[in-house]
Design a protein around this ligand. Structure first.
Ligand SMILES: O=C(O)CCC(=O)C(=O)O
Ligand SMILES: [Fe+2]
Length: 343
């Protein structure tokens, strides 16, 4: 039987199964001092906001947003409920444990995104509670009953975050020169909205482990809240070292997923990120994934391939994409190559 990392004990050493081979350890690639952009959504110049989002999307595919409208108290209540979940007795969490990656809700431990291809079987230093959260009516009755505050927090928080995501998608569509509601059509954002509640307990030797391996998210846009403890890292488009995402009080971290790169015909970048561990404090993050419906057909937006500009990708269903994503261990070039036009 699996054992969660958050079992209440402090680790004195790293169990062998979590030690990565030397070339895969986090220190083997240099870190960079660059910082990801910060977009102030409360600014009074909409054109400037749009430009900042597009610039950030081209360069990183990731940015932080401030003055986004999600009340601070709601964020802190949500975070407290999430942190409290991981402090529950092991049996409570394990009641939700499953090895079936399709099950919702699902508690799992030590797995990354490369389930089907993970030949080396090194474990990640992460516990995760995966939840469905939109449409609310479909999912809220399944949410864990403990801690007592969790359901109310989830309902209010996921509703508020969905509104931020939709606003960002409208601004992004405008910045790409598309109809403002482009992403609201064709089932592109009406798939089930999912949440990863990630928890990384303090690790006695962060140089040996990873909280989560390098990956791009497969969906359109992800909105993430973290508890102020560092660990998330990203890479600028075109390579270079890993860049630490500095937690900003009250901010949300936004990243574009693979579908945004395809729909924007390569103009925007699907962000590659990973999580490193630390010895001092537990890190908790809540990643909310806005996704297409399984049968939704995804392709470069028509407005971006007019005037002789070739579409870089062929149309496909999101279901087809997810199948390939899970089978190719999330390597960004390999997965995108499956859907590229060859001529
Ligand atoms: O914990 C984090 O900051 C990132 C989590 C993440 O990348 C994910 O859940 O897809
Ligand atoms: Fe991610």
């Amino acid at each position: 039987m699996a054992e969660p990392l958050s079992n209440g004990d402090a680790y004195q050493s790293v169990p062998e199964a979590y030690v990565f081979p030397e070339h895969k350890r986090p220190g083997s690639s240099p870190s960079s001092a660059a910082a990801i952009p910060v977009v102030d959504l409360g600014g009074d110049d909409p054109d400037r906001i749009v430009k900042q989002i597009i610039d950030a999307g081209r360069e990183f595919g990731m940015f932080q947003v401030i003055n986004h409208g999600v009340p601070e108290q709601l964020m802190s209540e949500m975070m407290s409920s999430a942190e409290e979940f991981f402090r529950l007795p092991t049996e409570e969490k394990m009641a939700l444990y499953s090895t079936d990656s399709k099950k919702l809700p699902r508690f799992h431990t030590s797995l990354g995104y490369d389930l089907e291809n993970d030949h080396e079987k090194v474990l990640y230093w992460r516990d995760c509670l995966k939840l469905g959260c939109y449409p609310l009516e479909q999912f809220r009755h399944q949410w864990p009953e403990k801690p007592a505050s969790l359901r109310a927090s989830l309902e209010a928080y996921t509703t508020a975050v969905r509104a931020v995501a939709l606003r960002l998608l409208r601004l992004t569509a405008a910045g790409l020169g598309l109809d403002e509601v482009h992403f609201e059509e064709g089932g592109l954002i009406t798939g089930p909205m999912l949440m990863n509640v990630n928890h990384y307990v303090p690790c006695p030797d962060p140089s040996l482990t990873l909280g989560l391996g390098s990956h791009c998210d497969p969906n359109i846009i992800t909105v993430l809240m973290e508890n102020g403890v560092r660990g998330l890292q990203t890479r600028r488009r075109g390579g270079g070292g890993w860049v630490d995402v500095e937690p900003l009080p009250g901010a949300l971290v936004v990243n574009f997923g693979h579908q945004m790169e395809v729909i924007s015909n390569g103009a925007l970048w699907s962000d590659e990120h990973r999580v490193v561990t630390n010895a001092r404090a537990a890190r908790t993050s809540l990643a909310v994934f806005v996704m297409p419906e399984m049968g939704s057909v995804v392709s470069p937006a028509l407005g971006l391939v007019a005037g002789g500009k070739a579409p870089l990708y062929r149309p496909y269903t999101y279901q087809e994409f997810l199948g390939a994503f899970l089978a190719t261990a999330a390597d960004r070039d390999t997965i995108l190559a499956h859907f590229q036009n060859k001529d």
